[in-house]
Ligand binder design. Structure first.
Ligand code: B12
Ligand code: SF4
Length: 434
């Protein structure tokens, strides 16, 4: 049996430049495909191929497979449906899973031979056994995600094009989140919002087995359980690795977090600042972020040799047209190492979507526009054009040569990798917006 697992990425595919995919993602590899590949039952003797569209093209017209598994985030759904039609016309069985499958399974069902809802550690191996015995069902759902605490196989890094990523080794220690930010899919989707932790010995053992010395945790919000995370960091110390992970601003005053993070090899954190408007944070149900503490926290992280990937969202109801200039000025002054700006996007099931629908403010329903770079709703305090143009201006300005130099100089820890990432994102933004 030949199985091909594909992680679609319409952003890279849309640019359609071989050298963009050739360059590779200047960041981490996804973990979805390597994990799904590891779950394929050994008795099926399957030949498995994984394709991350972020770094390799995928052509449904030429791919050879018995079964193609498509991992679908919302902006990729229309392409997934188009590709599924081609694959099915060639007699290839199409299975769809991923966040969009879990948010709106009913939409996906007509396009796929089978849809996997929620996490797939139990359902995916069962689906493959059913396929092998010609008993494929239409929908598979893991109702009890407690298997995350069980022993899981090590991700199949051997199938991944490791050389195409800066950080090929990605892991998970926790899943889900306790918080309920109104714009976040993890918060609103019942399949993903329970906070789960893995057995620390297993996490450590998987990292050790992989032989990786530079890893990334793709957990949504691992610092939700500080007691757990400090035990994890303590167990990472003997591995002598370097690691990156997302965190929330809840770490700000926890000196022990800093001590253990540094001692265990923390080199970078992803921080969802989201906004410089405290009112927007309150409306988004994320007012544990205190804007007045941002500068101090970034300084503290830099002092400890930890780089910051700062995420900001534009288009909250309290945002006025000055938000773009204010944010760019802030990120330069605060010297944030790497930036991710997005436009507020009302993903299925989120509180933001419910509010905008109730107020009749959705102006675009095509999922291909729901990629965080397009305005799909009527903003409250500016026009659609102002939000779209202000967002693109902010991306280009914050990644302009002058701004990059101001943000990264004088050189701090991780200077070379941060500079390389900034150059990549700067070029990527020009391709997207110019
Ligand atoms: C790493 C990551 C990325 C990576 C890789 C994407 C990926 N799918 O792995 C990159 C950088 C490419 C990325 C990009 C984006 N991301 Co992202 N990303 C994440 C993050 C932090 C972790 C994903 C992950 O690895 N989870 C762990 C794995 C094991 O879980 P999983 O992918 O869900 O897979 C499990 C199941 O879903 C299922 N499954 C998944 N696919 C398939 C396929 C088959 C065939 C089967 C059987 C099962 C199956 O089985 C897996 C094992 O249980 C999540 C947050 C989160 N914690 O999920 C956000 C998240 C998925 N991203 C999100 C968003 C918004 C984006 C962007 C639009 C952001 C942006 N504006 O730039 C882009 C879209 C890119 C594009 N245009 O295609 C949203 C999802 C929105 C949505 N409705 O789809 C999330 C949930 C963040 C959030 N809190 O809102 N992202
Ligand atoms: S803290 Fe992060 S992962 Fe948790 S609900 Fe808010 S945005 Fe989502």
């Amino acid at each position: 049996m030949k199985i091909v697992l594909v992680l679609l990425n319409e952003a890279v595919a849309r640019i359609n430049k071989t050298w963009v995919t050739g360059l590779g993602r200047m960041a981490y590899a996804p973990t979805t495909l390597t994990q799904l590949a590891a779950l394929v039952p050994p008795e099926l003797n399957a030949n498995i191929e994984i394709i991350d569209e972020g770094v390799s093209p995928f052509d449904p017209l030429t791919i050879e497979a018995d079964l193609v598994g498509l991992s679908v985030l919302t902006p990729n759904a229309p392409r997934a449906y188009h590709m599924a039609a081609i694959l099915k016309s060639r007699g290839i069985t199409v299975v769809m899973g991923g966040v969009h499958a879990s948010l709106v399974p009913e939409e996906m069902i007509p396009h796929a031979d089978a849809v996997v809802v929620g996490y797939a550690e139990k359902s995916w191996p069962q689906l493959l056994r059913d396929f092998d015995s010609h008993q494929l069902k239409k929908v598979y759902t893991d109702l009890e995600p407690s298997y995350f605490q069980e022993k899981l196989p090590i991700p199949r890094f051997d199938l991944q094009k490791n050389r195409k990523y800066f950080l090929p080794y990605t892991f998970e220690a926790t899943r889900g989140c306790h918080n309920r930010c109104s714009f976040c899919v993890i918060a609103s989707c019942p399949h993903f919002n329970s906070f789960l932790v893995r057995d620390i010995d297993q996490v450590v053992s998987q990292i050790r087995q992989s032989g990786a010395k530079n890893i990334t945790f793709l957990d949504s919000s691992p610092t939700e359980n500080m007691e757990y995370i400090k035990r994890l960091y303590t167990s990472l110390i003997p591995l002598k690795i370097r690691w990156n992970s997302s965190v929330t601003l809840k770490i700000a005053e926890d000196d022990e977090w800093f001590r253990l993070a540094v001692k265990s090899g923390c080199k970078g954190v992803l921080l969802g600042f989201e906004s410089l408007n405290q009112d927007s944070l309150t409306a988004g149900n994320k007012n544990f972020n205190q804007v007045k503490r941002y500068h101090e926290l970034i300084r503290k992280l830099h002092k400890h040799g930890i780089s910051v990937l700062g995420c900001f969202v534009f288009g909250f109801d309290s945002d006025t047209p000055d938000i773009f200039r204010r944010t760019v000025d802030f990120v330069i002054k605060a010297k944030i190492d790497i930036l991710n700006f997005t436009i507020l996007t009302p993903y299925p099931q989120t509180g933001v979507l419910k509010q905008l629908q109730a107020e009749n403010r959705i102006i675009e329903t095509g999922w291909e526009h729901y990629n965080g770079t397009r305005v799909v709703f009527q903003p409250a305090n500016m026009s659609v054009k102002q939000l779209q143009e202000g967002y693109e201006w902010a991306c280009l300005k914050a990644y302009s040569a002058g701004a990059v130099v101001k943000r990264l100089m004088p050189p701090r820890s991780n200077f070379a990798i941060n500079m390389a990432s900034n150059i990549y994102f700067s070029v990527f933004n020009h391709l997207r917006f110019k």
